[in-house]
Every structure is written in C-alpha cells, then in structure tokens.
Design a protein around this ligand. Structure first.
Ligand code: PNW
Length: 492
C-alpha cells in the first residue's frame, strides 16, 4: 500500500476550527466607546512595530464579521476561537460595561451558532486597557499593568462581565492566551506592548497573570452553567537540550522553568518550583506572592489549550564569539533576536539558544511537528484526565495571489499536514486531544511584525479587504469535512 492511500482518521466529534484575536483583526479602535489598549499605544509609538503598522483598521472584522462567519461556514469549520477586546466592553478596565461592546460579541456568537460553529471565547489576548497600564496602585513609578496585583482583580471582574453577557450561549471559555508572551515579551524584552524591559516587572507580571487566571476561573464558575468548559491557552516551549551533557540538560531545565513551569506550576499544581525560585533569587525574592494566591491560581480546569509553532533548542551558555562563528546564536525562539533585552530573567548567563533543524517559515521558525506531539504527550502526563485542544498552530509564508487571483500556498499545506499528523500520532499514543484551531482564519496584524507576516488560511488584500481562501483553506476544509488526514498532503 502506498503511503498516500493511508488515511489517519480523527475521533468523531473532533473540532476543526480556526483562531483569531481581537486586536489582530477587529480594527474600529475608536468605535462604540472602545478606548485604547496597550497595543494601540504601543503600535502608535514610532519604532515599535515594523512599518509603523497599527491595528486601527486591521482586517475590519468589526464591520465584516458576518462575511467572516460565512467564510468559516463555507469552509465547513466546526469551531472558532476569538478573543474579546477588554477595552471595548469595559473601557477603563474597571466599573460598568459598555452594552454596545457586549452586543457586538453577542451578535457574533449568535451568527456562529446559527451556522453550527462552536465558539471558544478567549478573555485576554494581550490587549490590556491602557488605563490599567497607567494606574500605579502600589506607587510604582514605572507603570502599572500586569506587574501590579490590582490588575489581576480587575481581570476577575471583567471575566464576570463577559460571563454574564455570553454565558447563556458560549460553552467554551479560555481565560488567558499565552501568558508567557504577556509577561516576558511585554515586560521582560519589551518587544510586545507595553514595551517595558525589566526582569522584576516580568516575573511580577507572570505571577499576577497566574492569579488573574485563578480569579477569572472562579468568576466564570460562579456564573456559567455546568455544561461550560473552562480552560486556558498556554504556549509551552518544546525545549530540547542541544546535547545530552549535564550542562545542556541544566540549560533545558532552566528554560522549562521560565517558559513552562512558571505557569503550569501555579495553575496545575499550586506551586512555584524550588529551582525556578532559586534561579531567579538574584532578581527577586518573590515577596509579591501572597498567602492564598497559589490556591487561587490552581483551579480545576476542563481543558488545557496548547499553542504550538516551533521547538526551542538550548545549551549551556557559550561565549558569544564561538556561537556566532558557527551561526548557532541566532535567532531566539521568540523570533525577536534583534531585541536588546532578554525575555529570560536570570537565564542569560547560563543558556544559549540554537535553531532547531528543519525548513524555516517566513518567521524564521523551524518546522518541526514532533515538538507538538511531544507537548501533547507531556501535558497528557502533567494534567491527567484533562482534555487538550490545540488552540493555535499554523505558519506564516510569503503568500501572493497568482495571475488568476488564487493564492497557492503548498508550504502551509505541508506544515498543516505534518502537524495534524503529529496530533493524530499523539492521540494514538493516548493523548485526549479534542480539537485543533488553525492560526489563523485570516491574514492579520502580526504584532511587532505588523502586516508583513501572513498567517491566514484566507488571504486578505489589505487595500480592498477582499478575502480569498488560499489553497490551504480548501485543503483544510476537506480534512475537516471528512475527519481524515490523507497520507500525503496533495498540495495541488
Ligand atoms: C502567538 N514568541 O504569538 C499568538 O497567540 C498569536 O496572536 C500570534 O499571531 C501567533 O502566535 C503567531 O505569532 C506568539 O515570540 C508571538 O515566542 C510570539 C511568540 C510566540 C507566540
């Protein structure tokens, strides 16, 4: 039997979805009472986003949502993960909600349900109301935001507002998207909003995100019906040692602590591991962790969302000249090798990053589906009995419309094929994976890269806002319709 005739069949009921985030697609940043988030401020700060791009218009989803839902329905997708813009529903980050903001999301959800598409709401995908970044309750002179404890309580309140508005119609809820990025890219390296570069602030932010997650889950549980499913989307690092040496294994341990266990410790086990505290002891004594915080952070979860793009390879720190000579120093796994500040508080003197082998996407991220399989099996072991969803996976490529207007993206088809095969292998090996959300439905605002990187299964012409499903969208639609992955990708 030739391999192209071997199909992998996914479990019945497996969700085939796509994902987006509010600031990346909505635009309409000044409409219906919305106020600036930290990403509005950051993107309007010269030099922060490639090409000076902003989310002011993005892909105009705030006005085109009906068409976008129809697009998903035409592709036969059964699930959609989107995020709520906090400052659209609670402009100052505290106090009363804005009804028009909530109405937008209610209408969107109703349209999805009318087309048989299951919504997953992400409460926070990085767009903190600017007012909360500007508030310094503890008297810090640097700024407020996630390094401040109060922000976690504000998030709990906001979670309650969204639950009250959408709880009768949305079953799947995710508190935070990739808190690692919020804490360590936002406050550690500063390549994401709000652009602060302060290792103490980054660790404080990580803790308050853990607390916010717990308070958010509590607020959702109090309000949502029993059928609701509550989880969180993490971007665990599939981190490998360069060699089997004890020194490289120790580098792996350090990055596993700072990338993964800093969140899964509190959320899944109610602890910060001793090695994490020891590794960062010269930066902070963690006195901002108060009694009871870890109990709050550890809430029973109905699912865990795994976002995966590429693995990380680390070794014990090498001297820079040597690693530059063999070309292995570039780029960081965060894709922001140009950043002058590190997103790894306390690890820089101990760890060097290397590029994993493999083809590169337009982000210069190596293609390595095994990392996804490894993570799914690792989290199956770490969170026994908790269903998993791949809440993001996908790739940017330099897609251009051909002469007939179609967009042919065989690389993305190969990427998706490889990663879906990895998901299937993980399921066969015992992982309880219930669904897959392709990042992203549409080309969109790719954070610090602006519109220069296209992750969509659907191409967007930014000048006209015309949407054109790429060949990968048609390929994915076939997989979704049949629940079967062909043995080979058949890219034409
Ligand atoms: C994720 N890193 O972002 C986000 O959840 C999406 O909003 C984003 O568009 C997508 O992945 C593609 O980048 C990440 O630097 C951004 O390690 C940066 C990193 C990881 C994830």
């Amino acid at each position: 039997m030739s391999s192209s005739t071997v199909h992998s069949t996914f479990p019945a009921g497996f969700l085939w979805g796509s994902a987006t985030a509010a600031y990346q697609i909505e635009g309409a940043v000044r409409e219906d009472g919305r106020t600036p988030s930290i990403w509005d401020t950051f993107s309007h700060t010269p030099g922060k986003v490639l090409g000076g791009d902003t989310g002011d218009v993005a892909v105009d989803h705030y006005h085109r949502w009906r068409d976008d839902v129809r697009l998903m329905a035409d592709l036969g997708l059964s699930a959609y993960r989107f995020s709520v813009s906090w400052s659209r529903v609670q402009p100052t980050g505290r106090g009363p909600a804005v009804q028009r903001g909530l109405d937008f999301y209610r209408a969107l959800v109703d349209e999805l349900l009318a087309h048989g598409i299951r919504p997953m709401v992400t409460l926070y995908h990085w767009d903190l109301p600017q007012e909360l970044e500007d508030a310094f309750p503890s008297g810090s002179s640097a700024g407020g935001g996630w390094p401040e404890r109060d922000t976690a309580y504000r998030f709990g309140e906001y979670a309650g507002i969204v639950a009250d508005a959408l709880g009768d119609r949305v079953e799947m809820w995710s508190t935070l998207n990739e808190p690692w990025c919020s804490a360590f890219l936002g406050y550690g390296s500063g390549v994401h909003a709000p652009g602060r570069a302060d290792p103490v602030a980054a660790l404080r932010a990580a803790h308050h995100l853990n607390l916010a997650h717990g308070l958010g889950v509590q607020a959702l549980r109090e309000r949502l019906p029993a059928r609701a499913r509550i989880g969180v989307s993490l971007n665990p690092s599939a981190v490998r040692p360069l060699t089997a040496s004890a020194a490289d294994q120790d580098a792996r341990r350090r990055i596993d602590a700072l990338a993964n266990r800093v969140f899964t410790g509190p959320m899944l086990r109610g602890v910060y591991d001793d090695d994490l505290l020891a590794d960062t002891a010269r930066i902070t004594d963690w006195a901002f962790v108060q009694d009871g915080d870890l109990r709050i952070a550890r809430q029973p979860l109905d699912f865990l969302g795994i976002n995966y793009y590429s693995p990380a390879v680390v070794s014990a720190a090498e001297d820079t000249q040597a690693s530059e000579a063999d070309g292995s120093s570039a780029p960081r796994p965060d894709g922001h090798g140009a950043s002058a500040h590190s997103p790894w508080p306390g690890a820089d003197d101990h760890v060097s990053f290397h590029r994993a082998p493999g083809e590169l996407t337009a982000m210069d991220w190596p293609v390595d589906p095994t990392g996804l399989k490894d993570l799914l099996l690792e989290y199956t072991a770490q969170a026994p009995g908790v269903p998993l969803y791949v809440t993001e996976n996908g790739a940017a490529y330099d897609d251009r419309p051909g002469t007939g207007g179609q967009v042919h993206d065989p690389e993305r088809i190969r990427y998706l094929h490889g990663h879906l095969a990895a998901v299937h292998e993980a399921i066969v090996a015992g992982a309880d994976v219930r669904g897959y959300y392709l990042w992203s439905l549409l080309d969109n605002f790719e954070w610090a890269y602006g519109y220069s990187k296209r992750f969509g299964a659907v191409h967007v012409d930014y000048a006209t806002q015309v949407r054109t499903p790429k060949s990968s969208a048609h390929w994915y639609a076939k997989v979704a319709a049949s629940g079967e992955l062909p043995g080979e990708p058949a890219t034409d």
